[in-house]
Design a protein around this ligand. Structure first.
Ligand code: ZN
Ligand code: FE
Length: 254
């Protein structure tokens, strides 16, 4: 059974630290900074063996060099992002599957936020690390891709088993809920989730992870086929990409 620590850093980033007790491996996902990871390692007695980077933005790779210097860990990232990921050791791509200890890691390419964006899926643990592609009740901004490309990427994630826990890299859920309620105010699941999120945040608790089933029920960016959203946007006859693109545009100016 994997052990997981969630480390809040910067304004609203999460670094996830995974420990595999069987084999003794420890993985840091998207280390924005080295120091908080080193502190968590010291507190837990775990030794860092790997860094997984979902993409090259500073708030996901800022700790790479410091962690490599201190621990000698192996850094895993996108083959397409070689020069953009400091210290990259193992270049991976769509469909790659490897073991760390006894834990199977599957690599998915999910471009849109950036060209080389990856998701790391651990099917045996029912966990996926999605970086800035999918957020709880939201999705990443389109910096290096079109709405069509991002929608393809989100559909890959949307097709995974509903119990899959979604570990995203930012605590954006409360603001995302406010937007989601403007485009699908009559969604009872969304209303319940939004209330839960408000309560969690009032107590200073994390809203990450959610499950994929929850996101499919509540997250407008996974629901461009919802008749209610389509009616609200006056896009009854558009295709899913068209609805998704309009949702993303509205969120950008929300
Ligand atoms: Zn980013
Ligand atoms: Fe980010």
């Amino acid at each position: 059974m994997i052990e997981l620590r969630q480390i809040p850093v910067l304004r609203d980033n999460y670094i996830h630290l995974l420990h595999l007790p069987d084999s003794g491996h420890t993985i840091a996902v998207d280390p924005a900074e080295a120091a908080p990871v080193l502190a968590a390692l010291a507190a837990s007695g775990w030794s860092l063996t790997h860094v997984f980077n979902t993409h090259h933005h500073a708030d996901h790779i800022g700790g790479n060099n410091g962690l490599k210097q201190s621990t000698g860990c192996e850094i895993v990232g996108s083959d397409q992002d070689g020069p953009r990921i400091p210290g990259l050791d193992r270049r991976v791509q769509e469909g790659d599957c490897f073991l760390i200890g006894h834990t199977e890691i599957r690599v998915m390419e999910v471009p849109g936020h950036t060209r080389g964006h990856l998701a790391f899926w651990l099917p045996g643990e029912q966990m996926i690390f999605v970086g800035d592609t999918l957020f709880s009740l939201g999705c990443g901004r389109l910096f290096e891709g079109t709405a069509a490309l991002m929608w393809q990427s989100l559909q890959k994630i949307r097709a995974l088993p509903g119990e899959t826990r979604i570990y995203c890299a930012h605590e954006y859920t409360e603001a995302n809920a406010r937007f989601a309620l403007t485009v699908e105010p009559d969604n009872a699941d969304l209303q319940r989730r939004a209330e839960q999120v408000r309560q969690y945040r009032r107590q200073g608790l994390s809203t990450v992870p959610s499950t994929l089933a929850e996101e499919r029920a509540c997250n407008p960016f996974l629901r461009p086929d919802s008749p209610s959203i389509r009616a609200r946007l006056n896009l009854m006859h558009a295709d899913d990409v068209g609805v998704f693109a309009e949702l993303r545009r509205l969120k950008d100016v929300f």
